[in-house]
Design a protein around this ligand. Structure first.
Ligand code: ATP
Length: 437
């Protein structure tokens, strides 16, 4: 696809507001395009994901945490919580019948890894500046309960001033501040992944997402300084063995104080691995920066502007795809979850299926309406008006992690006043309807 400026082909306009240009990059789950916001002329990056399949009544199509739909939901959820000068900004989310579009801040300088490849390795001062920016972004994300879990130079982009922009939160996890909260999902990229993630699975104690990100920061710092990976092997088993031992060898040019920091970052024991506070006090990290400057850097102005705290009030647990719907106000996901062509409303609930249907039943009884349960394990309710003037069908699709999608559909007649005045207010309160109803 030709870029709009200067290309011979006419630019493709999407949603009447963005001109799509050339492909900037592609990953396993999405393709990223350069684009121009027509009204303002502003350049952006648009990450296009194929639209996920609709949830089946068993919830099976949405339950896999590694599915591409989870990847974009995770990314939207994380980026919506984060506003930081060194994290790519999410401007807008749009959806068509076939794709979901994340409109992102454009990182004009491309991938950091290309700089490392071009130069072989980076000089100490530049590595330190970029590492400051990385740590500022990572520590801020952790303070918002977001763990990236796939930090690697390929996911570190640069702006036109050469400053860092952390991107690709498709593997991220968002948690509450529950102290005993530990992650279980195995994810990340071999070579960058912390040893405790490799052994983590359901039934084990899990791992600390913050410590796992710190390990990846250690691998990144090593790569910036050395120009190659600290742990590398064609054979995956041998690679994992090396990671478990944490054995790495810094090149001869690595300064002693940097060697020390790298070995504290690449400590295979997460309990003794250096923390963010420890890094701030590290001599290599703190060199030539006064403490006030460092403090400002670690908490840049405006980081938290305009963000809500809803997810932090939740009880512990990883967010799954449909938790997003609960917090979707402000995001235009209407094309995804509301069928505009029919009188149908879908929304997310964090209540058990039976509890939702009990509420519906209570309202139906109060109004003296005819009500019957239907569907597999009684997961649907049909409500008929006194004189058969309307039929309203409500189906609850159970998903993973105690989440459900509720679908309300009118069969015939006018159901508007019953839905809007009676049923909807009762469901709205406990169901975290967000912006979608
Ligand atoms: P993965 O395979 O790691 O899951 P992905 O499908 O999530 O990748 P990204 O890594 O986010 O996709 O993006 C693919 C590439 O697109 C990046 O490596 C980068 O070159 C480019 N890209 C992504 N976001 C931007 C951006 N905001 N500005 C400029 N280029 C970008």
């Amino acid at each position: 696809m030709a870029e709009s400026s200067g290309g011979a082909l006419p630019a493709k306009v999407i949603f009447g507001k963005y001109e799509l240009g050339r492909v900037l990059g592609r990953g396993a789950s999405a393709k990223v395009y350069y684009a121009r916001h027509i009204a303002s002329g502003r350049s952006v990056a648009i990450k296009v994901f194929p639209k996920p399949r609709r949830p089946s009544s068993s919830g099976s199509s949405s339950s896999s945490s590694s599915s591409s739909s989870d990847s974009f939901i995770r990314e939207i959820f994380a980026l919506r919580l984060l506003r930081h000068p060194h994290i790519v900004r999410l401007h807008e989310v749009l959806a068509s019948r076939s794709s979901v579009y994340l409109v992102l801040e454009l990182a004009k300088g491309g991938e950091l890894i290309s700089r490392v490849h071009d130069r072989g390795r980076l000089p100490d001062d530049l590595s330190r500046r970029l590492f400051h920016q990385l740590l500022s972004a990572v520590s801020y994300s952790h303070s918002r309960g977001v763990f990236h879990r796939d930090l690697k130079p390929e996911n570190l982009l640069l702006d036109d001033a050469g400053d860092l922009k952390v991107s690709d939160f498709g593997f991220s996890a968002v948690s509450s501040f529950s102290e005993d909260y530990l992650l279980h999902t195995q994810c990340g990229t071999p070579g960058y992944v912390a040893p405790e993630i490799l052994v983590s699975r359901k039934g084990t104690t899990g791992y600390d997402g913050a410590k796992a990100d710190i390990w990846s920061c250690g691998v990144i710092l090593f790569v910036l300084n050395a120009g190659y990976l600290p742990f590398n092997d064609r054979n995956l088993v041998s690679l994992y063995r090396k990671i478990h031992r944490g054995h790495h060898r810094c090149p001869r040019w690595t300064q002693p104080d940097l060697r020390r920091l790298i070995s504290r970052l690449l400590d295979p024991n997460p309990a003794t691995r250096i923390s963010v506070d420890g890094i701030l006090r590290d001599p290599w990290f703190a060199r030539d920066v006064d403490p006030d400057q460092l403090a400002t850097m670690m908490r840049p102005q405006g980081s938290d502007a305009g963000l809500d705290d809803k997810p932090h009030r939740r009880r512990g647990g990883e967010l799954n795809a449909f938790d997003l719907i609960s917090f979707a106000s402000g995001l235009d996901l209407s094309g995804l979850f509301v069928d505009a062509a029919s009188d149908r409303v879908r929304f997310a609930s964090v209540e058990p299926v039976d509890r939702i249907l009990d509420r519906v039943e209570e309202v139906g009884k109060e109004e003296g309406l005819v009500l019957r349960r239907e569907g597999e394990k009684g997961s649907a309710a049909v409500i008929e008006g006194h004189k058969g003037e309307f039929v309203l069908r409500l189906q609850v699709h159970r998903l993973t992690g105690g989440t459900a999608v509720v679908e309300v559909e009118v069969g015939s007649g006018s159901y508007g006043s019953f839905w809007n005045e009676k049923l909807r207010p009762v469901l709205r309160g406990p169901l975290h309807l967000g912006g979608l109803g």
